[in-house]
Design a protein around this ligand. Structure first.
Ligand SMILES: Cc1ncc(COP(=O)(O)O)c(C=O)c1O
Length: 393
């Protein structure tokens, strides 16, 4: 059987490899402490689950989602949430589109706006979907290094003129996965100028917008004047409401980009189960205390991990946002070497930074969504195992 060249050129999805490593360690009887995939270990809040139960009982929800951009109540809930959270006013009919999770929207956006031969500006390190989507669309990914010295923001001046001429889309992610870095209004203002003058659509992946700590609150790019002309933002209910398995997100921003994405999606998928969209209304418009509780849980874990590692001589910055700790590897280790040492010597699973691109080399990523139970104890145990078993330079 023939397999498409575009697929043959695509490396395996990094988390599939991680899942295999995990399965192997478990089969060997290793008591694994799992900081691997960023998949919330907590349950979806009860009022959201209850809204789903009720919606499932209504046969109207059992049919195709023929709502175009999504259930009107869901889009209105997203509009209300955006205004409360960011002070940004959106038009539910033109500027909001429900997604089968942010991942789906990020991938399909490339097909919606790119032609073969176009360039796509992709952060490195970054979520692997950006570059794969570019490849699938026949476009060429140009990687923008994200480095500690520049706060993990891309250097817009460093993008070669020849690339800029062909660039039609830029993916960015703030709060950033995997580095935990954040971006401020000043950067977004420069970005709007840049996007305008080079006719580039900016797609800001905001899957982690609600995971923030120490009184810090991430902004939306759409808060900057003129941003709607050049930007689309992808949101996810996955991390905010512990709903990764439900597959629900939404895109907001530039109406033309939203329209194009809707047209593409209407040709390849049939929307989102209406009952899930109704539950999404309960999530976005209901009580938000559950989100604050989740932040407190991650903040505590972050502090236990970062302070614990500092205590054994591994200095790692504390992220202001996201559920990730981006740890520079100790001297003498590559990313993969450190991840392997942690797994083999201490039974601690992390992701090598190199899985996110060339500039992720020299780091490993700890996810604070520690799988299993007694997470805080497990974090303390992980630190003590690392201290005892892993050479830290
Ligand atoms: C940076 C980033 N964007 C998007 C997603 C996917 O979100 P969703 O579950 O809504 O598809 C993830 C998931 O891990 C992510 O890390």
């Amino acid at each position: 059987m023939q397999i498409a060249d575009r697929l043959l050129k695509t490396p395996p999805y990094p988390f599939a490899q991680l899942a295999a490593l995990k399965a192997k360690a478990k089969a060997e009887g290793v008591d694994l402490i799992d900081f691997g995939i960023g998949d919330p270990d907590g349950a979806t809040p009860e009022h959201i689950v209850e809204a789903l139960r009720e919606a499932v009982g209504d046969p109207v929800t059992h049919q195709y989602d023929e709502t175009g951009k999504g259930l009107p109540e869901f889009r209105e809930a997203a509009v209300g949430w955006y205004e409360d959270r960011f002070g940004v006013v959106l038009e539910a009919d033109r500027e909001v589109l429900r997604l089968i999770g942010a991942k789906e929207g990020l991938a399909h956006l490339a097909w919606s706006v790119l032609n073969p031969g176009d360039a796509v500006l992709v952060p490195d390190p970054g979520y692997p979907v950006y570059k794969v989507a570019a490849l699938f669309a026949g476009a060429e990914a140009h990687f923008m290094p994200l480095e500690a010295g520049t706060g993990y923001l891309p250097d817009l001046e460093a993008i070669p003129g020849e690339v800029l001429e062909r660039a039609r889309l830029m993916y960015l992610c703030y709060p950033n996965m995997p580095t935990g870095a954040v971006a401020e209004a000043d950067f977004y203002r420069r970005l709007v100028e840049f996007a305008r003058s080079h006719e580039v659509l900016v797609c800001l992946d905001m899957a982690y917008s609600e995971l923030y700590y120490d009184g810090y609150r991430p902004q939306s790019m759409l808060q900057v004047e003129g941003a709607k002309e050049v930007a689309i933002e992808m949101h996810s209910l996955s991390k905010t409401y512990n709903m990764t398995g439900w597959r629900l997100g939404f895109a907001v921003g530039n109406a033309e980009a939203v329209e194009a994405l809707e047209k593409l999606k209407s040709n390849v998928d049939s929307g989102v189960f209406l009952a899930i969209q109704r539950a999404g209304v309960a999530a976005l418009s209901g009580p938000q205390e559950c989100v604050e509780r989740m932040r407190q849980i991650y903040q505590k874990r972050r502090d236990l991990l970062v302070e614990g590692l500092a205590g054994i001589g591994w200095k790692v910055p504390k992220p202001k946002a996201t559920c990730y700790v981006w740890a520079p590897t100790p001297k003498g280790y590559t990313s993969a070497g450190m991840a392997e040492a942690l797994l083999q010597e201490a039974g601690v699973l992390v992701t090598p930074g190199s899985a996110y691109g060339k500039y992720g080399e020299g780091y490993v990523r700890f996810s604070l969504t520690v799988q299993g139970r007694r997470q805080e104890e497990r974090i303390v145990e992980a630190v003590s195992r690392i201290k005892e078993k892993v050479r830290l330079g």
